[in-house]
Design a protein around this ligand. Structure first.
Ligand code: PBG
Length: 325
C-alpha cells in the first residue's frame, strides 16, 4: 500500500534537482581512444566497426588533433601488421623501427602532452594469431614473457607513457616492471589487463587487425566468462607485481567484475568497452532501433557507475562531443 508521505519522485521532479544528487559523472578526461594504425597512407574503414578505420601516420595525426580539441587526450595504438612480417616468434613486436615505435615518436614530437598507451601482446605480430609463442599447439608462458619485456622496452624507448599488457601470461607484470626499471624507465606506467575474459565480443577487433587465432582459442590464457573469484586472484597478483592500474575487459557484460576490483583494490580501475560492444550499439542505431546519442552515454555511465575510473572506448570522440552539447 502507498505510504502517502514517501514519494521518491520528488527527488526526480526536474533537471536541476536531479542534478543535485547525480552520483556518476562522465567527462572526456575519462576516455582513452583506441586507434588502429597501419603502414599505408590509405584510410581503410573497418566494416564491422562503423566509424573506425585503419590509419596511416598523416590520418592518425589529424585524428589525434581532433580528439585533443574535444578533450580526449589519451590514445592506445593497435597496429595492423603486414602478413610478411608475422612470424611464429613474433619478433616484429620488439623491432625499434617497427610501426608502433615509429608512430609513437612521430606523435610525441607533434603532441607532447598526448598520453600514449601501448598494447603488449604478440597477436598482431604472430603468424599463429596468438598472444604468446606457440609450440606443439601450446602457448608458452615464460618464453613469451621474455619477448613481451622486449616489446615493452621498445615501446618505452619510443616514448610510450603507459604500457598495457593484454596477453594474460602469468608473471608478466613483475617481469615488465623489472625490465623497465633496469633500463631507466621507472616513470613509465603499467596498466594491466588484469581480468581479461575469453570473450566473443572481440570479434570485430580481430577483423580490424586480421589477428584471429589460426587454431584453437584463447581459453588457456584469457579468463572463463563464468568466473568472478579468479579476477580477484589476478588483481592481487598484478598489484603485488607492481601494476599501476587494473583493467577489466570487456566492460558492459562484466560490470560486476569492475565493482569487485573497485572494492578489492585501491588502485585506479580501467574498463574496456570492446569492439563487439561498439559494433552492437552501432548496428542497432544504424537500423533506427536505438537512440544512439542516449545509448552511447548510458553505456559509458553504467561502466563508470560500476566503479571504473577510466574507460577505453571507440566512442571516445563521439561521447566527448555529446558531453560538450
Ligand atoms: C590483443 C587484444 C585484443 C583486444 C585488445 N588487445 C584481442 C584479443 O585478445 O583477442 C580486443 C579489443 C576489442 O575487442 O576492442 N591481445
Amino acid at each position: 500500500m502507498l505510504d502517502e508521505r514517501m514519494r521518491p519522485r520528488r527527488n526526480r521532479k526536474n533537471e536541476v534537482i536531479r542534478s543535485w544528487h547525480r552520483e556518476t559523472w562522465l567527462a572526456p578526461q575519462h576516455f582513452v581512444y583506441p586507434v588502429f594504425v597501419h603502414d599505408r597512407a590509405a584510410v581503410e574503414p573497418i566494416k564491422s566497426m562503423p566509424g573506425q578505420s585503419r590509419m596511416g601516420l598523416e590520418a592518425l595525426k589529424k585524428e589525434v588533433e581532433g580528439a585533443m580539441s574535444e578533450g580526449v587526450k589519451s590514445i592506445v595504438l593497435f597496429p595492423a601488421i603486414d602478413d610478411k612480417l608475422k612470424t611464429s616468434d613474433g619478433k616484429e613486436s620488439y623491432n625499434s623501427a617497427g610501426l608502433v615505435p615509429r608512430f609513437i615518436r612521430a606523435l610525441k614530437k607533434e603532441f607532447p602532452e598526448l598520453v600514449i598507451c601501448t598494447d603488449v601482446a604478440l597477436d598482431p605480430y604472430s603468424s599463429d594469431g596468438h598472444d604468446g609463442i606457440v609450440r606443439d599447439g601450446r602457448i608458452l608462458n615464460d618464453e613469451t614473457v621474455e619477448v613481451l619485456c622486449m616489446q615493452a622496452l621498445a615501446q618505452a624507448d619510443a616514448g610510450a607513457d603507459v604500457i598495457a599488457p593484454s596477453d594474460m601470461m602469468d608473471g608478466r607484470i613483475g617481469a615488465i616492471r623489472d625490465a623497465l626499471d633496469e633500463h631507466g624507465y621507472s616513470e613509465v606506467s603499467i596498466l594491466s589487463y588484469t581480468a581479461k575474459y575469453a570473450s566473443a565480443f572481440y570479434g570485430p577487433f580481430r577483423d580490424a587487425l586480421d589477428s584471429a587465432p589460426k587454431f584453437g582459442d584463447k581459453k588457456t590464457y584469457q579468463m572463463d566468462p563464468a568466473n568472478a573469484r579468479e579476477a580477484k586472484r589476478e588483481a592481487e597478483l598484478d598489484e603485488a607485481e607492481g601494476a599501476d592500474i587494473l583493467m577489466v575487459k570487456p566492460a558492459g557484460a562484466y560490470l560486476d567484475i569492475i565493482r569487485d576490483l573497485r572494492e578489492e583494490s585501491s588502485l585506479p580501475i580501467a574498463a574496456y568497452q570492446v569492439s563487439g560492444e561498439y559494433a552492437m550499439i552501432k548496428a542497432a542505431c544504424q537500423n533506427g532501433w536505438l537512440d544512439e546519442d542516449r545509448v552511447v552515454l548510458e553505456s559509458l555511465t553504467a561502466i563508470r557507475r560500476a566503479g571504473a575510473d577510466v574507460i577505453f572506448t571507440y566512442f571516445a570522440r563521439q561521447a566527448a562531443r555529446l558531453l560538450r552539447g
